[in-house]
Design a protein around this ligand. Structure first.
Ligand SMILES: O=C(O)CCC(=O)C(=O)O
Ligand SMILES: [Fe+2]
Length: 385
């Protein structure tokens, strides 16, 4: 085990029951490397242009250190500070009931739950509407998107029409997000204020059945992230290690520590387990270099929004709109809207589809948040706290 991990456990979480993996730990495969680590860079050594060249344009994941140093979140997003703040009475979303309706609890009760829960797969706060509610709006003061991610072409979608795109997270230990790709093939950044997250990534284009490997799930095992990490993943690794021509899933594995921001380029599969109680925020975005790919996904998955987006780009960013028009011409794509149903689904997409748990729905009303949440960890049986 890495010395840094031991120090972290001693300092913060002497009671933790989770065995920490060391980076590139290959359970069941002592002699074969089946996963590799991720680049870690310092913001101070990484000018914006260099980041674009090395990571954004390449679609390469990376951890950036040092871009949260001035965030108030670093001192405010811990149990005692949250519990003493005005946020304690704010209601936050910690899951969905069987009908898909949000289940919300007051922050103060969730914080109690975090400190006392012993659930196999705990509830996970995924709050996206904090920015427009008086009692949670203050969270916006606690973080600033790192400079690398500030350009977001979805800002040209009218704000109240834009699907949820940023989340405040409180993940008790053992909670997590099961393997998924993010909706509409958008990129994401995920900034950790407290705790430790364990990540598995696979490159875009990998087939779901191989990376998620439901066939390796045994009778009686559930679909929770913790079960995938503790049971299925070691089997995937063992299988990888036995492949005669070597591992071919391209697995990346790492731990994220407080103060680190993970960049997850669009299309990358990812699963996350909160090894200790965590607080974090995450945001999805579309930058210029990814516009063609994200445009294809959006015009298929969110036709009405795509049309409004294009109207706005025509006016405010004609050079980007020109790219969309060119791609539409190349793909023989035309917007077709039926008058019969307001929110009907598009079946006339000519774009290629990446196999993705979270972008698999092609319906206009497939809400971005719903898609994202379905793939994240709070789908467990709800216990009201
Ligand atoms: O649980 C996490 O921190 C990962 C969240 C995530 O992947 C997502 O919101 O799409
Ligand atoms: Fe995600």
């Amino acid at each position: 085990m890495h010395i840094r991990e031991l120090q972290y456990i001693e300092k913060h979480h002497p009671r933790s029951m989770i065995e920490l993996p060391s980076e590139n730990n290959n359970v069941g495969a002592p002699c074969r490397i089946v996963s590799r680590g991720i680049d870690r860079v310092k913001a101070a050594d990484m000018p914006y242009e260099r980041f674009q060249e090395l990571y954004a344009k390449q679609g390469k994941p990376v951890i950036i250190q040092g871009c949260m140093d001035n965030w108030k979140a670093r001192s405010r997003w811990n149990i005692s500070s949250l519990d003493e703040s005005s946020l304690r009475n704010a209601r936050v979303k910690c899951g969905e009931d069987d009908e898909g309706f949000s289940v919300k609890v007051k922050m103060k009760y969730f914080l109690q739950y975090v400190q006392t829960q012993q659930d196999d797969s705990p509830l996970y706060v995924f709050e996206s509407s904090f920015d427009d509610k008086p009692d949670t709006k203050a969270l916006l003061d606690d973080f600033q998107p790192p400079v690398y991610f500030r350009s977001d072409l979805f800002n040209y979608v009218q704000q109240d029409r834009r699907p949820p795109y940023r989340w405040f997270l409180i993940g008790p230990e053992r909670s997590g997000s099961s393997l998924h790709t993010d909706p509409l093939s958008t990129n994401a950044w995920n900034a950790l204020a407290t705790g430790v997250k364990r990540w598995i990534l696979y490159p875009p284009g990998m087939r779901k059945k191989y990376v998620k490997a439901p066939q390796l799930r045994q009778r009686g095992e559930d679909k929770e992230a913790i079960t995938w990490f503790t049971h299925t993943l070691p089997r995937i690794k063992a299988k990888e290690a036995r492949k005669p021509n070597g591992p071919d899933l391209g697995m990346i594995e790492f731990l994220q520590y407080p103060g680190e921001v993970v960049f997850v380029p669009g299309g990358w599969w990812h699963a996350v387990l909160n090894l200790y109680d965590t607080t974090a925020c995450t945001q999805n975005f579309c930058n210029e270099c990814d516009f063609p790919r994200i445009w294809r996904h959006t015009r298929r998955g969110r036709r009405h929004m795509a049309k409004r987006w294009l109207d706005s780009l025509n006016e405010k960013r004609p050079e980007i709109a020109a790219v969309a028009h060119r791609i539409n011409r190349e793909d023989n794509f035309e917007f077709k809207f039926s008058n019969k149903k307001k929110n009907d689904s598009s079946s006339s997409s000519s774009s290629s589809s990446s196999s993705s748990s979270s972008s698999s729905s092609d319906t206009e009303d497939s809400d971005l948040e719903k898609e994202k949440k379905q793939s994240a960890g709070a789908s467990n049986t709800l216990r009201r706290v």
